[in-house]
Design a protein around this ligand. Sequence first.
Ligand SMILES: O=C(O)CCC(=O)C(=O)O
Length: 152
Amino acid sequence: MGRAMHDFLRTYRALGYARILKHPRFGRRVGWHRDFPNGYMCTAESSFARAALCLDGMTEASGAIRFIPGSHAISDADARHEKADKVRHGLDDGAGVAADCEPGDVLLIHPKVLHGSPMNTTRQPRRNIILQAGTSTRFLNGKRESITGQPL
Ligand SMILES: O=C(O)CCC(=O)C(=O)O
């Protein structure tokens, strides 16, 4: 699974997980967003990351996750304000850089990088398993159930 994933799992503790499935020619787009702050197992500071295990790989046509280079360089306070003010980033689906991945690749996602993904226009499914993990035990949204992220 590679050195980066190994180090990631040794350093961080799992906070939550999700599966993202984009069906062939149907899988919806994921709008531009930062993961910090989010409503799901989010730590009080941006001290977490997401690992996306790309089961089928990702190409531009299958709706690869796209990133805006340098957009992670924003303070936690500014990221919180953006979220509170419901700032729309006004970016096209094709903006930024697509992460082209082979099946089995793992993508590590910085909590504040702007990212999103367009529709899957191919005939194959595009499946990712997402693990959110971090170092902090202080949650933004109070105490949560460890698997589903539901409030306790
Ligand atoms: O898998 C995708 O297309 C998007 C994943 C994503 O944006 C996220 O996990 O924050």
